[in-house]
Write a protein that binds this ligand. Sequence first.
Ligand SMILES: Cc1cc2nc3c(=O)[nH]c(=O)nc-3n(C[C@H](O)[C@H](O)[C@H](O)COP(=O)(O)O)c2cc1C
Ligand SMILES: CCCCC(=O)C(=O)O
Length: 374
Amino acid sequence: MAPVVAGADATPLNVDEFEAYARTYLPKKTLDYYVSGADDMVTLKENRAAFTRLKLMPRVLRDVRHIDTATTLLGQPVATPVCIAPSAMQRMAHPDGELASSAAAAAQKTCFVLSTISTTSIEDVAASNGAGLRWYQLYIFKDRELTRDLVVRAEKAGYKALVLTVDTPILGSREADLRNGFALPRHLTMANFTGGKHAHRVNEVGLSQYTKELFDLNITWDDVAWLKSITSLPIVVKGVLTPEDAVLACDVGCQGILVSNHGARQLDTVPATIEALPAIVQAVAGRAEVYLDGGVRRGTDAFKALALGARAVFLGRPTLWGLAHSGQQGVEDVLKMVTSELAHAMMFSATTSIAEIGPNYVRHEAYFRSPSKL
Ligand SMILES: Cc1cc2nc3c(=O)[nH]c(=O)nc-3n(C[C@H](O)[C@H](O)[C@H](O)COP(=O)(O)O)c2cc1C
Ligand SMILES: CCCCC(=O)C(=O)O
């Protein structure tokens, strides 16, 4: 039977249908920037394929009347472990941009991470996110005073953690963007830098050149220690893919590790995040919370990540698709869909709380080919 495919005007029933809508609706330059991975996009495919290679091992005949997706992130309660990853330039998807996605996160009682490269300011997002849980994603600039200023602003505006992205000394090579000469459209601004010496440069020179000019190639674990010395906020290090770096992050006092390959947009041919996760969870051994992003599109993906030790998952592109579709409502729908799919996976697996979802609930498909050897 042919698969059922929604028309452009049908209400999307899943994340892929939101993406299909965005693909017909967004201008080419914007769409290419959002969808692309680096180089040959090998890792982009892997982020999805690796989830498919994991099979669920549901238990049965337990009471599943009450399924609870609530958990905590660094001590703060959330109604769902399905959160919003930091993604840049959200007003290209919808005029309300980050205001809409942060309000959606608050309405769905989950965590919103604001990108440094946002088109809405730290303070305006705080106002729209209200009592919601918000974290601030930080890039360390060559200009450490500018960096310190961002940290102080995030603290003052009630962000509860700094998410330090460490996989971006330069921008990955996204070839469609190179071909399109992608830059932030002129009617939008880098909202955290207006009025200062960096205002508007990214509209002129594009993201890649901007990064080359302003980001520091000499960022080390000492800078994480420096960051710790200037803030009381917990630090989540984003972009770790090896157990070695996860241990160093714990040693320097990071409270969270976000296992991420930046949505496959930086170094191509790194492993899928779901495959990098187990060794990191093992190496961290409870010294920090471990999270995952990359390729999470269904509740079953979230379930697999939780089973392998992630405390929460973060959605990147899916919330951009929701935003493009219908602003805050679209982002809320995406969060609700993936959370409700997760709740279904929990019910089908007879796990009623997040804490119950452990490694016994997944097996790599290779097991079924030669169970005796694994
Ligand atoms: C359009 C776009 C912009 C992004 N901007 C940022 C950013 O500013 N800072 C950052 O740390 N990560 C950024 N990311 C990476 C995401 O935080 C996240 O790691 C990734 O999107 C997760 O993969 P997924 O898109 O498959 O869900 C961006 C990703 C996309 C797709
Ligand atoms: C300097 C990079 C900001 C945006 C980003 O992280 C991305 O496009 O993936």
